[in-house]
Design a protein around this ligand. Structure first.
Ligand SMILES: [Zn+2]
Length: 206
């Protein structure tokens, strides 16, 4: 069983690149569990800082990043934001076309995401069209997800995948192929298999 632990006394004050609030250290820990109860920790899977206000999250590298001068810092964080948007649109498009067609609701969700990141709309449209036409050629989609894991955080991958799954479930259900794909995404992003169940439970709560 995987649990997310918050370390309240490890705070980076005012470090959130998105809203400027404090970032708190969190970790995903693999527990030995029995009958659905976590008994004792087996190992730490990954640590990351998360803003409790806007929910942005970053690898522990953020400790070094915030020491950079303002211009460099700004640039790095902008790049990270763009990367998230690109990976999200790629993953959503790929999940949407997996059943062979893109229905109206899925199109609307994709356009809503593009609207949210209007400053890079052209790039996102290009990515969406490329995934529509060439699917996951050369692991294009997986590579983006992997990059989100490396450059943002494990929690960002989870946030991204649950956003994508929410779109899939807009019609109230999620089919077998979509679940299989989700499983594959988790594997490709180098997340432990248990994250699949974590993600499913996260999505069901929404
Ligand atoms: Zn924030």
């Amino acid at each position: 069983m995987i649990k997310k632990i918050t370390l309240q006394n490890h705070v980076l004050e005012g470090a959130c690149p998105v809203c400027g609030d404090d970032m708190i250290l969190h970790k995903y820990v693999h527990y030995f569990s029995l009958f659905g109860k976590a008994l004792f920790p087996l190992k730490i899977i990954e640590e990351f800082y998360k803003c409790e206000v806007c929910k942005s999250s970053y690898n522990t590298d953020i400790k070094d990043l915030i020491k950079l001068d303002d211009e460099k810092k700004q640039l790095r964080f902008e790049e990270a934001g763009k990367l998230y948007a690109k990976a999200l649109i790629a993953a959503m498009t790929y999940m949407a076309v997996i059943d062979g067609h893109l229905d109206e609701k899925e199109q609307q969700s994709l356009h809503a995401i593009i609207g949210k990141y209007s400053n890079i709309a052209d790039e996102l449209i290009e990515i969406m069209d490329s995934v529509k036409n060439q699917s996951n050629k050369d692991d294009f989609v997986y590579k983006l997800i992997k990059k989100v894991h490396q450059e943002l955080s494990i929690d960002s991958v989870l946030a991204l995948l649950s956003e994508a799954v929410k779109m899939l479930m807009a019609d109230g259900k999620i089919d077998k192929n979509e679940l299989k794909l989700l499983d594959k995404f988790i594997l490709e992003a180098n997340l432990p298999k248990e994250f699949y169940y974590l993600l499913i439970s996260k999505v069901k709560k929404i």
